[in-house]
Design a protein around this ligand. Structure first.
Ligand SMILES: C[S@@+](CC[C@H](N)C(=O)[O-])C[C@H]1O[C@@H](n2cnc3c(N)ncnc32)[C@H](O)[C@@H]1O
Length: 264
């Protein structure tokens, strides 16, 4: 990677980055900081394997949307769900599709690190995919150095062990997720997926046609408890597919809620 030329960041791209950064953090970069911002952006492009700024910017927004959802989960949604459910009942989270496990494991780590409710409430974390190969890899929880480079170093030290230049998640984290093979469009597969409080279904519906999207929306609705929430990927919208869910905003983050009995 070190010999590949990195694209210069043009004025319009700098402006896009500056306004996105300001919206997220309230920090405004003066023009006089341009040299340092470009330098830092180039370091990040290099570290994440991007030569074009456009590619890096899309990737960064994608990453940030995931983190924003995890934050909304631990800051507000888990407490709200906790308040609906009787004592002693587990909260159930479904991450579908799991792909190679980054998403369900991130949910587990976020909950352990940031949700105090775990002291009195157990959480079941289930993750599914249609592809047995990605599930086998998810269960191993073994990631390249590049995959873990956006995780803060103290968390890498706490939750991973380094094995021959790769990083494996600790047994505790791997065992906190149950991986299951399932096709979200198969009614017989989906029968067992019920009573979820929170679902992450990111970057699946974009691959479906309109009919399959509608079918998937019904599956997700049936899989949820009243009052439960679902997150989609940042380029996906439930409102365009189904009106069964209520749109809820947590800061910049959109979640879709199955109405509570009697209307939430
Ligand atoms: C782009 S990945 C999304 C992974 C993760 N949720 C994310 O946002 O990074 C898409 C995954 O969808 C899975 N998939 C495709 N069709 C599916 C279906 N009908 N049911 C379950 N999983 C499916 C694929 O095997 C693949 O792992």
């Amino acid at each position: 990677m070190s010999n590949v030329a990195l694209e210069q960041i043009g004025a319009a791209d700098f402006e896009r980055f500056r306004s996105m950064f300001y919206r997220k953090t309230g920090i405004h970069f003066e023009n006089s900081k341009r040299y340092f911002v470009d330098k830092r952006l180039h370091e990040r492009m290099k570290a994440t394997g991007h030569t074009s700024f456009k590619g890096y910017f899309t990737y960064m927004r994608f990453q940030a949307s995931g983190e924003d959802q995890f934050e909304a989960m631990t800051r507000e949604i888990m407490d709200e769900l906790d308040s609906y459910r009787p004592a002693g009942e587990d909260l159930r989270i479904w991450s579908v599709p799991s792909s190679t496990g980054e998403e369900p494991y991130s949910i587990a780590i976020y909950l352990i690190e940031y949700w105090k409710g775990l002291a009195h409430r157990d959480v079941e974390l289930i993750s599914s995919d249609i592809d047995s190969n990605v599930l086998a890899s998810a269960k191993k929880g073994l990631y390249s150095k590049r995959s873990v480079q956006n995780i803060p170093l103290p968390l890498v030290k706490k939750y991973f062990k380094e094995i021959n230049g790769q990083f494996q998640l600790s047994d505790d984290i791997r065992e906190s997720v149950s991986f299951t093979l399932a096709n979200i469009l198969s009614a017989s597969n989906m029968k067992q997926f019920r009573h979820f409080d929170l679902i992450f279904c990111r970057n699946l519906l974009i691959y479906f046609d309109d009919e399959s999207r509608k079918k998937a929306a019904q599956v997700l609705y049936d899989a949820m408890k009243p009052g439960g929430y679902i997150f989609l990927g940042h380029s996906e919208s439930m409102s365009r597919i189904s009106s069964m869910f209520k749109v809820r905003k947590f800061g910049d983050v959109i979640a879709y809620q199955k109405p509570l009995a009697g209307g939430a």
